[in-house]
Structure formats: C-alpha cells, structure tokens
Design a protein around this ligand. Structure first.
Ligand code: 5GP
Length: 205
C-alpha cells in the first residue's frame, strides 16, 4: 500500500563516464518497480545504437535554444560542446500520476533541480577510483581521445560536488550499484515526512 500520492523525483548524477547510463538501465531491468525514465533532449548527434525518443530526443541547436527561451526545461546544461536538458512538462505529469521519475543528468543540471525541487532525492554515483573512470571512458570507444581528456578534466571538478547530494553510491559493479539505488528509493518512499499526512488520514478513518 502506498502512503504518498505524488511520485518521487530521483536524480542520478555524477561525473561523466562513471556509468550512469548503464546503472540506470540495470535499475529499470529490476523487477517490481514503478520507475519512469525522463528522456532528455540533446543537440549531441546520436551514437550508433541510440534511438530517438528512447535514449534522447535529438534536436538541432536552434530548436534547443527555442525551448530554453520558452522555459520548457526543468534544467539544462551545456556539456562538452553540446546542450542537454530535461523536458519539464513530462516530469510534472508523471509525478502527478504518482510515478517515480528518474533523471540521469550531469552535475550542473542536478544542482539546478536541487534548487527547484526540494523533495527530490539526489544520488551521486562515483567510480571506485579515478583510474577506473579514465579506463571506462576510453573503453567505451564512442569518443575521440581529445573528448575523453575534456570529459576527464571536467570530472575532476565534478568529484568535489559530492557533498551537495543526499547519497553517494559507488559503481564498483553495475548490478550492485543499481541495487543500492533501488534500496534508497524504497527507503525514501517510507520516510515519515513523505507519508505522515496520508498515514494520519488513514488512521483517522
Ligand atoms: P552523453 O553524451 O554521454 O550521453 O551524456 C553526457 C552527460 O550529459 C552525461 O553526464 C549525462 O548524464 C548528461 N545528461 C544527459 N541528459 C541530460 C539532461 O537532460 N540534463 C543534463 N544536465 N545532463 C544530461
């Protein structure tokens, strides 16, 4: 039985290359969940295996800039030469329907969400060491070496923002990391401040 009506916004963030996408996919493959993924919009060209509307909404720069002007993003950021943003209307709609909405975004955007959505849950996914991060970016094989260097440099600054998050999860192994995030989501659900209102209503019946 659910004691909270509005869904929970879960923000998974962390340095580029930490494996946010892989962990998020593992999270969604777990049984018995009510999670909805918020598909972001980006000006980055699709990688080989990426599908428009599933991995991202791929748009040109002008379309993205128009959306910014129209205030259509909950947050957006420029990341290593491309724009990325979370469409605001879908998130609100799903939360109103009581769904758990998962954002998988870089740190600048996560901090923007933090300012606007006070009751969202913020998870900082970290690699089990800097070397592991470099290896992961290199092995992904989707970027040129210069892009990897740029992303690595950016990650150095991002590491320092961990204290702004509610939870730190080490991505030592994908399924373990996904398990930990699911445990966080379930625990957050039962938090007194999220449930007390409806609980009191329930026992008052
Ligand atoms: P990639 O190009 O590797 O798919 O993503 C680059 C970075 O952008 C990753 O850290 C990813 O989590 C982040 N990202 C993806 N979607 C969004 C979004 O909507 N907003 C923000 N701020 N970052 C995003």
């Amino acid at each position: 039985m659910k004691l909270n009506e509005r869904g929970l916004l879960v923000v998974i963030s962390g340095p580029s290359g930490v494996g946010k996408g892989t962990v998020r996919r593992a999270l969604f493959q777990m049984p018995n969940h009510d999670l909805v993924y918020s598909v972001s919009m980006t000006t980055r060209p699709p990688r080989n295996n990426e599908v428009d509307g599933v991995d991202y909404f791929f748009v040109d720069k002008q379309t993205f800039l128009n959306r910014i002007r129209e205030n259509k993003f909950l947050e957006w950021a420029e990341f290593v030469g491309h724009y990325y943003g979370t469409p605001r209307d879908k998130v609100d709609e799903q939360l109103d329907r009581g769904k758990e909405v998962v954002l998988e975004i870089e740190v600048e955007g996560a901090l923007q969400v933090r300012k606007q959505m006070k009751d969202a849950v913020f998870v900082f996914l970290v690699p089990p060491g800097k070397k592991a991060l470099y290896e992961r970016l290199k092995n992904r094989g989707t970027e040129h070496l210069s892009t990897i260097e740029k992303r690595m440099k950016k990650a150095e600054g991002e590491f320092m923002l961990a204290h702004k998050y509610d939870y730190i999860v080490v991505n030592d192994e994908v399924n373990n990391a996904a398990d930990r995030i699911m445990a966080i989501i379930r625990a957050e659900h039962a938090k007194t401040e999220r449930t007390i209102h409806n609980y009191l209503k329930m026992i008052g019946e």
